[in-house]
Design a protein around this ligand. Structure first.
Ligand code: ZN
Ligand code: ZN
Length: 344
């Protein structure tokens, strides 16, 4: 089968001809219909995130048809439409048993620790294949399994409830999903903090309150707009110490800041005045849980989570096209997602 592989860190991905994976009794073989190209893939290629074994077929945002099922897989059959949960976990360790399987002691990330979806076929455990309703196109089914799933996990970690106000720092792929999901939870006022004019305009057209961080301190702007109260929940999706601090400072009493963006910078907080006397919480967010995915898929099925055609770009399963897409991701400022649709 055709696959596009990372063979050397820092080099372009390459076209490869590899065997169709042999499935075990608990696995399914999926004919890939769509595979999202993610910022993380650019990080793997650049060596920012460690890859243990090369060559590797990238791609952790995958949807397609079940081609073949192993003998122990009871809930799926050939021909089923599915999307893929990208964390393969052992199901036996203490974290798995407690339902916190993203910390599984034997976790493998599809498209990083094992071959992913930049290929005609992918092998995954049956437990990682989730039914994809007919209403959800494959391209959408693929991309919701990463940034949208993380956005939902962030809202869950922040214990976000109906009627609560929210400030979303960063309106890229994560923010685009987070705002829609906050709406799906019946949020109160939603503020989107950005410095990019086009993204601010895009957030405003969806009814969010656009906060231009270049115009004035976003914390002050949010405080003024909320009559000094601050918001209930803030999501930091950018990955900078400055915006993380702003996410904490714009909270009202009992507010929760969920930090999703990655940074190696240190953040400074004044414990008494900025944390303790308001009982605010700072919460780290990593990946998502399999149990969250049915809710996410239902939001996409019912149209509460949407990706209009102008937010999706399609390339073929072709190393040159995928390399170009990975290059453009490195300095992309829009929330357009690129999806590989393999030609038959
Ligand atoms: Zn991703
Ligand atoms: Zn485990």
């Amino acid at each position: 089968m055709r696959a596009v592989q990372l063979t050397q860190i820092g080099e372009p991905v390459e076209d490869a001809d590899v065997p169709i994976p042999e499935i075990g009794p608990a696995d399914v073989l999926i004919r890939v219909a769509a595979a999202g190209i993610c910022h993380s893939d650019a990080h793997y290629r650049a060596g920012i995130s460690q890859i243990d074994s090369l060559p590797l077929t990238l791609g952790h945002e995958v949807a397609g048809h079940v081609e073949k099922v192993g003998a122990q897989v009871a809930n799926l059959a050939a021909g089923d439409r599915v999307c893929v949960h990208y964390l393969v976990t052992c199901g036996r360790c203490d974290f798995c048993k407690r339902g916190q399987e993203q910390f599984c002691r034997h976790v493998q990330m599809i498209g990083k620790d094992r071959d992913g979806g930049y290929a005609e076929f992918i092998k995954v455990p049956g437990a990682n294949a989730f039914p994809l309703p007919d209403e959800i196109p494959f391209d959408v089914g693929a991309i919701i399994m990463c940034s949208s799933a993380t956005a939902l996990h962030a809202l869950n970690k922040a214990r976000f409830k109906a009627g609560e106000s929210i400030a979303i720092f960063g309106f890229g792929g994560l923010g685009f999903s987070a705002l829609q999901l906050a709406r799906a939870f019946d949020c109160g006022e939603a503020y989107v903090v950005e410095i990019n004019r086009a993204k601010l305009a895009s957030a405003a057209t969806t009814g969010a309150i656009a906060v231009d961080a270049r115009a004035a301190d976003p914390v002050q702007q949010i405080k003024e707009a909320t009559a000094g109260r601050g918001v209930d929940v803030a999501l930091e999706l950018i990955g900078s110490a400055k915006t993380m601090r702003q996410a904490v400072l714009c909270l009202g009493a009992l507010g929760r800041a969920a930090l999703v963006g990655l940074t190696a910078e240190s953040m400074s907080i004044h414990p008494y005045t900025e944390l303790i006397n308001k009982e605010v919480e700072i919460i780290g967010v990593s990946d998502h849980l399999a149990t969250e995915l049915p809710t996410l898929i239902e939001f996409a099925r019912s149209g509460k989570l949407q990706f209009p055609p102008e937010t999706l770009r399609v390339v073929d399963l072709d190393a040159a096209q995928i390399s170009a897409a990975l290059d453009s991701l490195q300095d992309s400022i829009d929330h357009v997602r690129t999806v590989i649709i393999p030609k038959a």
